[in-house]
Design a protein around this ligand. Structure first.
Ligand code: DX5
Ligand code: ZN
Length: 217
């Protein structure tokens, strides 16, 4: 399977946001992963729609994958779509009508995705599989870059791949958090194809080689 690597802006040097965004694009990354947090959903805060717009202006052809770690993503989806989000990912654990929000995202011409937290079983996604473009499995508790990979994530990817095949659905499996050369090969073998990597990319002095190493499994 072709592996896609999405550097997470959370791990970038925010004092040099434009350079960091350009550096990620020039390093062979497939898209930029932009983590949006509210402090109710996770114990942290990060960016707003203006950062998505800034990335669009800085690197117009660098695909923008926006991860909404928010309790009420439904209130902000339009704002992020208007700011240049090309995929919008909402959490299963958020407080909104997911079927309706997934439909809304698509109607805006934006790709949709559901993200599940480490404690959420893969089976909750069954009713949504035919309505989504990506299923995203968190490999860490959302909130921070640079955390240790939770090993149980691997089994969840295997379960999810079987569920997708069983439902004859057409969605990709993405893993977000703790991805490195130590686990990417097995995750790919089990059916994941899209990987968010923050610390494994932006923290490297040589992101081009780091991304190449992640893709060469
Ligand atoms: C975690 C974020 C991730 C994170 C990934 O809350 O959703 O996207 O930035 O960073 P690494 O790859 O360092 O775990
Ligand atoms: Zn993320």
């Amino acid at each position: 399977m072709k592996i896609e690597i999405l550097p997470s802006l959370l791990a970038a040097d925010l004092g040099r946001l434009a350079e960091e965004t350009r550096r990620a694009e020039a390093s062979g990354a497939d898209a930029l992963h932009i983590d949006i947090m509210d402090p109710h959903f996770v114990p942290n805060m990060s960016f707003g729609p203006s950062i998505v717009d800034f990335c669009r202006k800085t690197c117009p052809t660098f695909y923008r994958n926006v991860h909404l770690m928010m309790s009420r993503p439904d209130l902000y989806i339009q704002m992020f779509a208007d700011s240049g989000a090309q995929t919008i990912q909402v959490h299963f654990e958020s407080d909104c009508d997911l079927h309706e929000q997934l439909r809304r995202i698509r109607s805006m011409g934006v790709k949709n995705a559901i993200v599940i937290n480490p404690e959420t079983p893969a089976e909750v996604l069954i009713p949504y599989l035919r309505q989504i473009e990506y299923v995203v499995v968190m490999g860490v508790h959302p909130g921070y870059s640079g955390q240790k990979y939770i090993p149980e994530t691997t089994e969840k990817v295997a379960v999810l791949a079987e569920m997708i095949a069983g439902a004859e659905a057409d969605c990709f499996i993405q893993v977000d958090g703790g991805v490195s050369t130590a686990n990417i090969a097995e995750l790919e073998r089990l059916g994941a194809g899209v990987f968010v990597a923050g610390s494994a990319t932006f923290s490297s002095d040589d992101p081009l080689s780091a991304i190449k190493a992640l893709k060469t499994v």
